[in-house]
Design a protein around this ligand. Structure first.
Ligand code: ADP
Ligand code: ZN
Ligand code: ZN
Length: 744
């Protein structure tokens, strides 16, 4: 019985061909990713190609197929492996092979010669030190930042200084004029060079850290390559553990991929890697041009790099001997792609690690339920760092019950507790961060007297207010009118919660006329540098209070911040999404992680209308395990991931009826599938039913066995192709989202 290979001929990066099917002759060994010679076209010219898939079925009868001539001497090479990866992505997440390939391969464009600018230190460090000390920190904050950076590195990419340190071109110009630095331009990208004395800079691990590194290395040497989940509270030293593991594996001649959410790619984090590994590190970020990205890809392929740091797309770096993948803050939503193929970095990393016998290390203070669940089923190994490094301790957390505040006549945004702690900070000259959790602010209805939230009678999720003035359940379609009075306590303070950061700022200014307040939200971060500007100005001590949306709590380290206030912490509990308790818990723990990072002790105030909610209570106690137990209980009851798998089929069309109709037809196809059939929910209008005049309709399927969902995807794609070909068929686009991070 013949076996077939799909072969891609010539990967010209601009134009990707479709695969062709060939017979693998008996006795020939072939696997995905191998380079093969095949006869092609009418004249059967011999061409090179890559196997991207193997199957025992073919789309054409045998007599119409040709056979592979030979397998290349070289075993699987980088291009071949990349193609096999694309094929795997297509199989898992749907869409076309071409889209998958464009995801994993950089675009090769004819770009003009690239020029990289590097800032080199000219002056001696003594001079820089004394000048930094003599500058007025309020007037010359940016220059001081530059000088401090030059003390830890002899050379830095100009872009990093501008982007991450927020040092302007004019400050650089002055420094050039003063003979402090020199800016050189090169064709090749050069990494920053750590100052001589910092090279190979490493910290002595403490006992807990060392034990983890040893345990991971030991099981690795015994052939246990299960992924490791590193659960460590914020500031416990997870990064030190990554650095040590990476150094060991790199010293064996293998390479490392480190994924970090873009938002926490700070100067400090980067410098820790540079100081240790120097120019063998490269950083990938969303602002690289296509040319720079391609350049980086080539350097990795040519063995000029050992370590790449970046967001999820850094996974596609073509290393010859990948040895370790680290995913820091593994619970972050940004690891899931929102574009087809909608892959999750963790799953792709698992695939790569298994393929290359590499180690996969996931780290978080608040692991995703998915990952922690896998430690309970022994698919992952669990390692914990229980306390903060050194003398730092976790902050004390207060819960402020906003229902009581209202009862006591406080109609403002701030609880009595938060006000008194804020005042204290102002007197002591310490900094505070206040954030409004705006996630889920879109439309849920709650009572400010008793905390009651209008829920769907059938679905245990909150109802959302739509433009038609009615409340809708987005899971089952239930529709009801908005109550005038609270059904529970009769209060008239029942409404959609709309608290804006701008309004908060006004209020704060009234309460603290002398306070210097910085605001960070979508309105104040319209330009690409605004974000870094606000953060560095806060870090330089130019404000007492940083006020913003939840974007301010992620990954930043401000040693002088000793108070964090979470306003309306429960807002995200009311999302019509089964992740809402988990998201809230994570956010509050991360926020708490911002307070008291250095030697000063921190405090946190969580303001809420639902103080008894377990996600809030357990976040205030820093108790992840208890949270996991309780939340898993709910997921089991309601049959949500990680207990089962969920897939959304997303239908987009400019004609809402067409999207509904198509979804209905596909639903029939799925229900009529042979063998195991998943539960099918919908079609239903998506949470956001229309974006830019495109209607969105969702079909939700779930089943314990991932293979069943893969089959659903295949059959749906097949059926969709046929439906789209029908005469007069409307234009409908179908996308798949497996185990969605955001509810469609
Ligand atoms: P996490 O990644 O878990 O938030 P970090 O690795 O950033 O924690 O460590 C928190 C702080 O403690 C950092 O400032 C780091 O330099 C310091 N630290 C952690 N481990 C060590 C160590 N073994 N020696 C010296 N400093 C350490
Ligand atoms: Zn009420
Ligand atoms: Zn419902």
């Amino acid at each position: 019985m013949p076996v077939y290979a799909s072969v891609i001929i010539d990967i010209a990066l601009e134009k990707l061909d479709r695969p062709f099917t060939y017979i693998i002759p008996e006795g020939m060994y072939a696997e995905e990713g191998m380079e093969v010679s095949i006869p092609f076209g009418k004249g059967n010219t011999v061409r090179k190609g890559f196997i991207i898939g193997i199957s025992d079925k073919a789309d054409l009868p045998d007599e119409k197929l040709k056979s592979i001539i030979s397998v290349s001497e070289r075993t699987v090479n980088i291009e071949g492996r990349t193609l096999a990866l694309a094929a795997w992505m297509k199989k898992n997440y749907g869409g076309t092979l071409i889209t998958a390939m464009k995801t994993v391969l950089p675009v090769k464009k004819k770009t003009k010669e690239l020029n990289y600018k590097t800032v080199h230190r000219l002056a001696a460090s003594e001079r820089i030190k004394s000048e930094a000390a003599s500058l007025n920190p309020l007037r010359y904050a940016a220059r001081i930042r530059l000088y401090n950076a030059l003390l830890s590195a002899d050379a830095l990419p100009e872009e990093m200084i501008k982007d991450k340190l927020n040092v302007s071109a004019s400050v650089l110009k002055t420094a050039v004029k003063d003979g402090i630095i020199e800016i050189r331009s090169q064709r090749r990208f050069r990494m920053p060079l750590p100052a001589e004395n910092r090279y190979g800079n490493r910290s002595e691990l403490n006992e807990e850290q060392q034990a983890i590194v040893d345990a991971i290395c030991k099981s690795r040497s015994e052939g246990d390559l299960r992924p490791a989940l590193l659960h460590g509270v914020t500031g416990s030293g997870k990064t030190e553990v990554y650095l040590e593991l990476i150094e060991r594996i790199v010293s064996e001649g293998r390479q490392a991929i480190v994924l970090i959410p873009e938002i926490s790619l700070t100067f400090q984090t980067l410098m820790r890697f540079y100081a240790r590994f120097g120019e063998r590190v490269s950083v990938m970020h969303s602002r690289l041009s296509d040319g720079e990205r391609y350049d980086q890809y080539e350097r990795a392929k040519n063995g000029e790099l050992d370590i790449i740091i970046g967001p999820r797309s850094a996974l596609f770096t073509p290393f010859e001997h990948l040895g370790i993948i680290v995913i820091d803050e593994e619970h972050e939503g940004s690891y899931k792609s929102e574009k087809m193929p909608k892959y999750h970095a963790r799953e792709v990393a698992e695939y790569l690690a298994a393929r290359d016998d590499a180690l996969l290390v996931l780290g978080s203070a608040t692991p995703s339920l998915e990952s922690y669940h896998r430690t309970q089923t022994d698919e992952y190994r669990l390692f914990s760092l229980k306390s903060r490094y050194g003398a730092a301790v976790l902050p004390r957390v207060h819960i402020a019950d906003m229902r009581k505040e209202l009862k006591n006549g406080n109609k403002g945004f701030l609880s009595g507790k938060l006000m008194s702690l804020l005042t204290e900070r102002m007197l002591k000259g310490e900094q505070s961060m206040l954030f409004i959790n705006r996630r889920g602010v879109a439309g849920f209805i709650s009572c400010r007297s008793c905390g009651y939230v209008v829920n769907c009678p059938h679905c245990s999720v909150s109802m959302t207010e739509h433009k038609d003035g009615f409340l809708h359940c987005h899971y089952c379609g239930e529709k009801m009118s908005k109550p005038r009075l609270c059904p529970k306590c009769g209060s008239k303070y029942i409404a959609g919660f709309r608290a804006g950061t701008e309004k908060m700022e006004e209020e704060l200014k009234k309460l603290y006329p002398s306070a210097r307040i910085l605001r960070m939200d979508a309105d104040t971060t319209k330009n690409k540098d605004d974000y870094e500007k606000i953060l560095s100005s806060f870090a330089d001590g130019e404000a007492d209070i940083l006020l913003g949306t939840q974007m301010i709590v992620k990954g930043h380290d401000f040693p002088n911040v000793t108070l964090v206030g979470a306003l309306a912490a429960d807002m995200s509990l009311n999302l019509s999404d089964y992740h809402s308790a988990e998201r809230t818990f994570q956010l509050l723990c991360q926020a708490a992680g911002r307070a008291g990072r250095a030697d000063k002790k921190g405090e946190v105030v969580i303001q809420t209308y639902q103080p008894e909610h377990f996600a809030i209570r357990l976040a205030s106690e820093h108790d992840y395990e208890a949270f996991y137990e309780q939340e898993m209980g709910y997921r089991e009851l309601a049959d949500f991931p990680p207990v089962c798998h969920l897939m959304t089929l997303q239908f987009y069309s400019s004609d809402p009826d067409a999207a509904f109709k198509r979804a209905g037809k596909i639903a029939e196809v799925i229900r009529a599938m042979k063998g195991e059939v998943p539960e099918v929910i919908g079609p239903a209008e998506a949470l956001v039913g229309r974006i830019r005049d495109v209607s969105r309709v969702g079909l939700y399927v779930r089943h314990k066995d991932l293979k069943v969902l893969h089959r659903v995807k295949d059959e749906a794609e097949e059926a969709e192709k046929k439906l789209a070909m029908e005469r007069g068929a409307a234009d409908v686009m179908l996308q798949f989202d497996l185990d969605p991070v955001n509810i469609f």
